[in-house]
Design a protein around this ligand. Sequence first.
Ligand SMILES: Cc1ncc(COP(=O)(O)O)c(C=O)c1O
Length: 430
Amino acid sequence: MTPLEIWHPFHQPAADPPPLRIARGEGACLYTEDGRRLIDAISSWWTNLHGHNHPRIMGAIARQTRRLDHVLLAGCTHQPAEALAAGLGRFLPRGLAHVFFSDDGSTAVEVALKMAVQFWRNSGRPEKRKIVALENGYHGDTFGAMSVGDDSVFTEAFGPLLFPVERAHSAYCHRCPVGQQRATCQIDCADHLAAILERIHQETAAVIAEPLVQGAGGMIVHPAEFLAKIRAACSRYDVLLIADEVFTGFGRTGRMFACEHAGALPDLMCLSKGITGGVLPLGATAATERIYQAFLGPEPDRTFYHGHSFTGNPIACAAAVANLEIFETEPVFQRIEAIAAIHRDRLAALAKHPAVADVRQLGTIAAIEIAAEDPGYTSSLKPRLYRFYLERGILLRPLGNVVYVVPPYAIEPDDLQRVWDAIAASLDFV
Ligand SMILES: Cc1ncc(COP(=O)(O)O)c(C=O)c1O
């Protein structure tokens, strides 16, 4: 019998190096089968928060496996899901009162989009079903999530099958869409979204945005005022705001949720990645009371007919509860601030390098946009840089010509400095 070959995500076997064979993880590091130590400077796709194999999360998983492996969440409930809902209630922005569990970031987004559209239908406004999304946005790889994400090499093959969305400018200050300078602008780029809503608010269900940092689109950091203006425009035109905090949630930006920087209260919030500390897959979509109320009633078609087999899996919920407990019992925000301080220092020094076009940072997220003849995700710099870092024991996956660092909060300062040393050295080589 021949074993099946694994089809790896975002991987081109004809060009990419073979996958790294990882045997174990500890703290901010991964160890290969042949004994190499790699600093996981991207937190395994931005999921890992407190280091690999954190004992509190692993212990919670072990205990839960002895009690209940899985049960459907339709018609049943269980303690880990309820404990997680209670825990999220202690951290989520005011106004979010209900949580719907799913599997990952893409499903958290699908759920939010469907809730937004059905909310208006249930409220007697079925014509409000358009979605407004941002340029450079990324929300996942399923069809709804791809539709609201900006056009890219990820979506190219599926363009004709995606539903149409209105696309508003994002605050990409380095390449300002309205030709302003950040030092003097009034966040004029946000006027585009307001103008779109003025034109089509009667048909629009929701605006979806990654609050403050557009991750896969190139680690684009927005001024907080941009999100505040989006919130204000949504409120003015009675359009729901979906905050996709799949990447930015759970401390990544220096606050528990990026929305907090702008004091913006979303109507729907999408969570995943760090929700379990990055250990098990779990998605969550939080909604306000107003939204939930619109789904109540005796008519069968008011119900939210959506659910995945593993919705609210008890083991994943137990991991997520343990993740929240770590926030409550360990100095997580001190670690976050220590990372942010190192990022700030190193970026300030590297900003002057002739190969650097822009530097961006918010909390534990830091990025350098390298001046390239072929900018973008498919830049020829990407494979060269990836190899360069790997040879130095560092796992970084540049987004084309954008090199970014998003480490686990447990990273040792020396290891983070080593990551920056390697990035500094790579700038001389590009
Ligand atoms: C902002 C955002 N939303 C949604 C997703 C999709 O999450 P997942 O890959 O878990 O489906 C991602 C993934 O990177 C993301 O960054």
